[in-house]
Design a protein around this ligand. Structure first.
Ligand SMILES: [Zn+2]
Length: 394
C-alpha cells in the first residue's frame, strides 16, 4: 500500500510543468522620477495582452488563467502613478490585473525577464510613463501583446443564455449574482467578498426555485468571472426572462446600519443614498477593466423609453411584494423599496429588481449573512415573493 502511494506521488510530481497553471508569486510597484515600474513574478513566462483605458484611466494586464499566490497583505499599495490594483478571473482561461492610474499613461516598455542569478522567477516588467491627455488620445499603439497569443476573448464572457423552449410554459426567473472576477464588490468585516457571498445566495435561490418545479431558472453567472452589466441585462432578455433579480450585499460607513433593501429602476433616485448606491454598483464595468467602446461608464443619467414604463410598473409591484416577504423573515431598512438609475435593471422588457441582502459592514449582520440558515431564510422569502407575483401577474 505504501509503495502505491509513493508511486502515485511520483506521477503527480512528474506532470509536465507546462500543464500546470502559471502562478504569480509576487507583485511590486517601483516609482522612478520619470516612470512607474510594475513587476509581476511568475513561475513561467506568460502570454499577455496589456492595454490602457480611459474614463477613468486604467492599465489592464491580461494573462492566461493563473494561480494568484500573493496573500492580501503582499499586494502592493499604490505608488507613483499607480493608485490601486485589483486581480481576478476575467473569464475561464484568462486572468486580469487592473491598475488604476492617476494620470493618462503610455506603456513605455514591456519586457519578460528570465530567471537569473538574483531571481528564480520569470518577471513581467511594465514601465508606465505619464503623458498628456491629448497624447493619450492620439497614441494608437496602446495595446502590447506577447508573441504567443492569449486565447481570444469569447463574446464578452461566455455563451448566451439559452432561450426558452416553446413547450415550456413555466415562467423564467433570471438570477444575477452581482460583481465577479476582478471586481469583488464590497468587502465585509470578516473579509468576505460580496461577489462570493451573493453567488452563494444565487445558488441557494436557484436550488429552492428548481425544487418547486414551477419555474425555469437561468443564472447570469455561476462562477467567479467578470460579466459586464450590459451582458447581464442581455442574458435576461435572451433567456426570455419573466423576472430578473440582481443580488448584492451592501456596506455603510456607519457600522450600526443593517437590514435588507430592494431597488428598482428610476430616472430620479428616491434618496441620496440610493443614488450613491446606484453610482457604486454601476462602476462594476470600470473596476473590471471592461472596454466600453466609447460608451460612458457613467449611466447615472439613464434615459427611459415608453416601452419601459409598463415593465417598470411590474418591477415596482414585484419589489413591494418582495419587501413584504423579506420583512417577515429578516430585518429590513426603513423605506425598504427605493429606486435609482441602476444600469443592470435597465431591460425594457424584463421586470427587474436589485436586492441588497444586508450590510456586510455590520458585524452581527455579516455573520448572519454568511450562515446557511440565513441564506435559506432569505431565499425562501424571495421565492414566496416570486410565487405571489406570478399569482397576480402570471
Ligand atoms: Zn454590489
Amino acid at each position: 500500500m505504501k509503495r502505491l502511494v509513493v508511486f502515485l506521488f511520483c506521477l503527480v510530481a512528474a506532470a509536465p510543468a507546462s500543464l500546470a497553471k502559471p502562478s504569480v508569486t509576487a507583485a511590486r510597484v517601483g516609482p522612478h522620477p520619470d516612470m512607474t515600474r510594475f513587476v509581476l513574478e511568475l513561475s513561467q513566462a506568460p502570454a499577455f495582452e496589456i492595454f490602457t483605458l480611459q474614463d477613468p484611466y486604467r492599465v489592464v494586464i491580461d494573462l492566461p488563467e493563473v494561480d494568484w499566490r500573493i496573500p492580501p497583505e503582499g499586494v502592493p499599495r499604490g505608488k507613483g502613478v499607480i493608485e490601486d490594483l485589483r486581480f481576478g478571473l476575467f473569464q475561464p482561461g484568462r486572468s486580469r490585473v487592473v491598475l488604476d492610474v492617476k494620470t493618462p499613461v503610455k506603456l513605455r516598455k514591456v519586457q519578460i525577464l528570465r530567471p537569473d542569478g538574483k531571481y528564480a522567477t520569470h518577471r513581467l516588467v511594465i514601465d508606465l510613463q505619464t503623458v498628456s491627455r491629448s497624447a493619450f488620445r492620439t497614441k494608437n499603439s496602446r495595446k502590447i501583446v506577447s508573441r504567443a497569443p492569449l486565447p481570444a476573448i469569447q463574446a464578452v464572457a461566455g455563451p448566451s443564455a439559452p432561450g426558452k423552449p416553446p413547450s415550456d410554459r413555466r415562467p423564467t426567473v433570471v438570477i444575477d449574482a452581482g460583481h465577479g472576477g476582478v471586481d469583488p464588490g464590497a468587502t465585509g468585516v470578516s473579509g468576505v467578498a460580496e461577489k462570493d457571498l451573493v453567488l452563494q445566495y444565487a445558488r441557494e435561490l436557484r436550488r429552492q426555485l428548481l425544487a418547486g418545479g414551477r419555474y425555469r431558472v437561468v443564472m447570469t453567472r455561476d462562477s467567479d468571472v467578470v460579466l459586464p452589466l450590459r451582458r447581464r441585462v442581455a442574458r435576461g432578455e435572451e433567456a426570455g426572462g419573466d423576472l430578473f433579480i440582481s443580488l448584492h450585499a451592501n456596506i455603510n460607513k456607519s457600522r450600526r446600519v443593517r437590514g435588507a433593501s430592494v431597488y428598482t429602476l428610476s430616472e430620479t433616485a428616491s434618496d441620496a443614498e440610493a443614488e450613491a448606491l446606484a453610482a457604486k454598483e454601476n462602476k462594476a464595468d470600470v473596476l473590471s477593466g471592461v472596454n466600453l467602446d466609447g460608451q460612458s461608464p457613467d449611466v447615472s443619467m439613464i434615459l427611459i423609453d415608453l416601452a419601459q414604463r409598463e415593465t417598470m410598473n411590474l418591477s415596482k409591484n414585484f419589489a413591494n411584494t418582495m419587501v413584504g416577504e423579506l420583512g417577515k423573515s429578516t430585518r429590513v431598512l426603513n423605506n425598504t423599496h427605493r429606486y435609482a438609475g441602476f444600469a443592470v435593471l435597465k431591460s425594457p422588457t424584463v421586470p427587474s429588481v436589485l436586492v441588497e441582502v444586508g450590510y456586510m459592514s455590520n458585524r452581527k449582520e455579516e455573520k448572519l449573512l454568511r450562515s446557511r440558515a440565513h441564506r435559506k431564510k432569505i431565499s425562501s422569502a424571495i421565492v414566496r415573493a416570486i410565487d405571489n407575483y406570478f399569482k397576480s401577474h402570471g
